[in-house]
Ligand binder design. Sequence first.
Ligand code: SF4
Ligand code: SF4
Length: 460
Amino acid sequence: MPENLTRREFIKDLGKLGAAASLAPMVALGEQSSDKSVGLKRPSFIKEVDKPTTEIDWDLMERMSERERTCRRSFVKYVGQDRLDKLTEIRNQNTDKWLKEDKPGYTLKDVAIKSGSGSGYMSQSYLGPQSAKTPEKLGVAKYSGSPEEALQILQSAMRHFGAATVGVVELDAHTEKLIYSQDPDGKYMQILDVDEPLETDDTRVIPKKARWVITYTVQMSQETLNLAPTILGSQTTTLTYRRARNIQNRTQEFLRGLGYMGLGEASTNATGIAPAFGVMAGLGELSRYNRLLTPEYGSMVRVFKIITDLPLAPTKPIDAGLLEFCKRCLKCADHCPSKALSFDTEPTWKTQGEWNNPGHKAFFEDSVKCRNYWYEVGTNCGICFAVCPFASQNLASWSKFRNYMTATVPGFDKTLVSIDDLLYTPYTEFGKPQKDPEEWWKLNLPDYGIDTYQSVRGNS
Ligand code: SF4
Ligand code: SF4
């Protein structure tokens, strides 16, 4: 039970909520918006805005090197080789011991499913497979729909390939700063006035005419991420990233088939800052755990990008009340076992370390603490994603009511956290999975463990 509510107060709130909950879905459905960006038909309480809810000072922002600055690639720079060697030894000893002990979530079947999730994908590249027949080859003109029509068909194609939501950021002097100066593999990313993209041993060239960054989310399974931190929990992201590779390849071929370029992520987390593009494309808002929080799928997404010269109608940032909610909800920070997340009441300009990019106000995280913890548990973590009150989507009318109240009723946050604790977060012991990993093997879940009925095409 959260500290701010007694059990009596909480039950009273639930009672009030019961009455309101029966009406809210009707309100939400009745307010389906018709004049929003093409294809992103959301309820009207999710407002499109000119500036994102995250404050940005573009003058303070510079393109950052993924290779040199993130904890993903440069952890050793922040902790030193001795500490990294020690952590690696701890990780290997723990995972070996837990496998032999049959610890739930670390057993042979969990290791085996992780291997399965990590296979069966297409290779990933900047230029894509380049095998689709081009309009030129077919003897016809390239696709020439309006930017709005182009976005509509792109969204249809990408959802068909498995994307959850699809938005577009137009590159300009500001948004170009979200493209990495250096990709994860060390190649320099240059934006030049050339006709064709180019990749050499040390450089990737983005033609200046490729102005549109297709930004898309791919759903993760809440049922397995709830099992973080375990190997069974960690394969949630493994599978999602592999599915995204296939979506990227197919989209690159789709764009080529229309007569345009599709410049993909050359490796995991390449090209640019994913949460920032997600925010600018209106796919969600920046959250306390400093990643994208979406109205449709909550925290249960990863974000990806493809750059193209196909003119696309940009999608606008949104205000769904999510950042405001995060200011008062501390659930992810409370549950973070390494205490890597901010407990501040407001986002700040002050970064925590070189791994953060200055120039925007955020709840910056201590990535070094987070990454240390990953070594201790022998897998990635994701508890912060799993415990978020917006992670749960398995009660459709509850999700609609929750989103409506979040966007329109200040002060609903603590009540929602209490309900979510009761329904979805039984364990407050830090570092413990929210469900028994052994029970997951007995569940009857939809394909990929995700609910694709939740969508932005009118039924979300
Ligand atoms: S991944 Fe785990 S350790 Fe890292 S910030 Fe989230 S909860 Fe904390
Ligand atoms: S757990 Fe709460 S504070 Fe953290 S991201 Fe989710 S809504 Fe925001």
